[in-house]
Design a protein around this ligand. Structure first.
Ligand SMILES: [Cu+2]
Length: 309
């Protein structure tokens, strides 16, 4: 009998249209941006009982939250210290609203209502952010708190806010990108380029990748007790604001490890440079002869153009 009741109520829940869940009108926002959260309430509780209280928990990725009062409802908030302070009007704000409750009002089943707040997504907000809601009715309550695991659906999903990465113009530029041709059977190649940081803060070339090899490491060639040695830069290559660094034979270079095929002179291949702050920067390596020195001036760019025309 108990099993029957569980099955019956599950079927009832699954029969609810998605629009009946509590959802955010704007389900996506960009990190670092202001956000207006409009929580939409679509129905009452079981048996058509009217809603009398609505509370929402604010996730860590959202800060500087202020609720909008509703006529006929009592508004209350709970605050808590932030894990990290956030700057507002030049000041560090160290705590904020973690929970908002609107109570004492009445939304009939079959009516629609909205509960609204404003806030700001943190720069490092990492989505999806879940905003658990408890909807209390004259009889019973809905707990919109379920967080779906991969590929599963849940009975009462928490409203979810998907976070897009902050839009930031890349402050680094890569030029004269080339690689040396490799002999048949070689598993390792070398790539070179000039990289410039035109931003106002330091950045780091952490690693790179390409489809033609397993991985790319940033290496340094340096004299060690009179012997030329190569080592991987485990911390990456730091670029100060305004600094331009040339990766060239005998110095810094990209070590292209685990080549899937030899790099043939006159061809080119694409790769991605990964910077700590600027993120991914796509590049195209021109493959020069095995004995090629560092290209001077705009030679590789001219080659690049000749490939395209
Ligand atoms: Cu190397």
């Amino acid at each position: 009998m108990k099993n029957f009741i569980v099955a019956a109520s599950a079927a009832l829940l699954l029969a609810l249209p998605a629009s009946a869940h509590v959802t955010l009108e704007q389900p996506q926002a960009a990190a670092g941006q202001a956000y207006k959260g409009v929580l939409r309430l679509g129905h009452g509780c079981d048996g058509g009982s009217p809603t009398t209280s609505f509370s929402v928990e604010i996730p860590n990725g959202l800060a500087l939250v202020r609720p909008m009062p509703k006529a006929g409802w009592h508004l209350s908030v709970e605050t808590a210290p932030y894990a990290q302070p956030i700057k507002a009007h030049g000041k560090d704000i160290t705590s904020g609203i973690k929970k908002i409750t609107w109570s004492g009002g009445r939304v009939q089943d079959g009516e629609y209502d909205e509960f609204i707040f404003v806030g700001q997504l943190r720069d490092d907000a990492d989505g999806p952010l879940y905003l658990p809601v408890v909807q209390t009715c004259e009889k019973g309550e809905w707990r919109w708190v379920d967080v779906p695991q991969a590929g599963q659906s849940v009975q009462a999903p928490a409203p979810v806010l998907r976070v897009a990465a902050a839009q930031k113009p890349s402050a680094v530029r890569a030029e004269q990108v080339w690689a040396r041709a490799t002999p048949n059977g070689a598993s390792v190649g070398a790539g070179y380029l000039r990289v410039t940081n035109s931003g106002s803060t330091a950045d780091r070339l952490i690693s790179s990748s390409t489809d033609v090899a397993q991985r790319i490491e940033v290496h340094e060639m340096a004299m060690d007790n009179g012997i030329m040695k190569m080592r991987a830069l485990s911390e990456g290559l730091t670029l100060q604001p305004g600094q331009s660094v040339e990766l060239k034979p005998g110095g810094f270079h990209l070590m292209i490890m685990g080549l899937k095929a030899p790099l043939k002179e006159g061809t080119s291949f694409s790769g991605t440079l990964k910077f700590e702050k600027a993120g991914d920067v796509p590049v195209n390596f021109n493959v020069l002869g095995m004995g090629a020195p560092a290209p001077s001036g705009g030679a590789p760019e001219m080659m690049d153009h000749s490939h395209h025309h």
